[in-house]
Design a protein around this ligand. Structure first.
Ligand SMILES: Cc1cc2nc3c(=O)[nH]c(=O)nc-3n(C[C@H](O)[C@H](O)[C@H](O)COP(=O)(O)OP(=O)(O)OC[C@H]3O[C@@H](n4cnc5c(N)ncnc54)[C@H](O)[C@@H]3O)c2cc1C
Length: 378
């Protein structure tokens, strides 16, 4: 058993961290958050470095890295904001679906521009009446000659409105609860598709949307893989997706705690530094402990996935624990910064808002507990 990164992993960690410090930084992150603006230049730079292709096979032009290297990347890109991390990660998972199940023509049409940073993907599972119970989705797709006709209302589809975005839409092709779903690749400029941006507390840079499909016609070859396999395809990347969120939460928690520590070490009250008050010191010690435990759970789950072992319960534990750790650290940060925590330029309110969403997005804390219980045989 070795709890340290290998030299290669440590080098990768440092490269991503240096990129975040030198090319992104807290001020640019704040600017994107306040302006509700996608970090296009950062996305393009990461594409130039080949980082969008971390999970893309080498024969399709990617880096084909493992779960541990991907977790290191996600910890790094979550450094200043979970939203920045989501701006990159959201596209990655549909790309992996296309690499696994797409035709050579779909791979050429979608993966090549994606790796160049010219295209993005979003994923649409949730509907107004079905979030956690995702299989309750009702949107339909029926074949009419050489075209699929889609109808329905999707919600919370992050990044669907962005230029050159293609949406992976989960829709019903039969009534079977799970085998009744198929997955379709739909460019966001398709006639019959009406996209509306939602005014949310978080995901301000990536943006999230609601959309309506009203007899929306798409070509027959917009189907990804086989009819009736949509649910399976979405499930294939769920462990990676949850692991990536947990890793970015650990990265963000590190920054939130460092910011708190710095503030308490500089600010004075009653003739001494705030960090000298034992109650505040102990709170930070508790937070450091939670963070260390969350990080170990993340890399333990990543290591199992890298070894090709089943890790659904471990990933759920990592995400549940990391979400709670980040929320506690950001909550304590809000208290430590007093009134100044309210100001966006102190960044803590962003960590706090995003930490709350971390308990819902990618599987709520309650659903994760159910997954953990199932992995225990309950
Ligand atoms: C900003 C944002 C971005 C998002 N991006 C996307 C996206 O890109 N694509 C996409 O498809 N979806 C996206 N989502 C949707 C997200 O996945 C859902 O919000 C999430 O799955 C929860 O679903 P819900 O909001 O319908 O809540 P519900 O499922 O209605 O849950 C409400 C509450 O009930 C609890 N609950 C539900 N079932 C159980 C149970 N069996 N046991 C115990 N408690 C339970 C939940 O944990 C929760 O606390 C996004 C959501 C947000 C807010």
């Amino acid at each position: 058993m070795d709890f340290r990164f290998t030299d290669e992993q440590q080098m990768w960690h440092d490269v991503v961290n240096d990129f975040m410090v030198n090319e992104v930084g807290q001020d640019l992150t704040l600017k994107h958050d306040l302006a509700r603006e996608f970090p296009e230049a950062i996305y393009r730079k990461m594409a130039e470095l080949g980082w969008l292709g971390l999970l893309v096979p080498e024969h399709l032009g990617g880096m084909e890295t493992d779960a541990t290297m991907f977790a290191i990347f996600c910890e790094g890109i979550g450094k200043y904001s979970l939203d920045t991390a989501a701006c990159i990660m959201t596209s990655v998972f549909t790309a992996t679906n296309i690499c696994r199940h797409g035709t050579p023509e779909q791979q050429e049409r979608y993966i090549t521009p994606f790796l160049r940073g010219e295209a993005k993907f979003s994923i649409s599972i949730s509907e107004p009446q079905s979030g956690s119970d995702a299989a309750g989705a009702r949107s339909t797709a029926r074949l009419d000659g050489d075209e699929w006709v889609l109808n329905g209302n999707k919600v919370w589809c992050s990044g669907a409105h962005l230029p050159n975005a293609t949406i992976a839409i989960l829709a019903r092709t039969s009534a079977d609860r799970y085998k009744g779903f198929s997955l379709f690749l739909v460019p966001n400029t398709t006639p019959g598709l009406q996209i509306k941006k939602m005014d949310t507390l978080v995901r301000r840079s990536l943006g999230t949307t609601e959309f309506f499909m009203d007899d929306m016609r798409i070509p027959k070859d917009a189907l990804l893989g086989e009819v009736g396999k949509g649910w399976q395809y979405i499930g294939e990347h769920l462990d990676f997706e949850r692991l990536s969120i947990a890793a970015s939460q650990v990265g963000n928690a590190r920054t939130a705690l460092d910011d708190t520590k710095r503030y308490l070490s500089e600010r004075e009250a009653f003739g001494k530094k705030l960090a000298e008050f034992q109650v505040l010191k102990h709170r930070m010690a508790d937070d450091e402990t939670e963070l260390a435990a969350a990080r170990l759970l993340v890399y333990h789950a990543a290591d199992k996935l890298t070894r090709g072992e089943k890790a659904t319960g471990d990933v759920a534990m990592a995400k549940l624990f990391a979400a709670k750790a980040l929320f506690q650290i950001a909550f304590n940060g809000m208290q430590a910064l007093g009134g100044y925590a309210q100001l966006p330029e102190y960044h803590m309110e962003r960590y706090f808002r995003e930490a709350k969403h971390g308990m819902v997005g990618g599987g709520t804390n309650e659903i994760l507990r159910s997954i953990i219980a199932k992995s225990m045989g309950l």
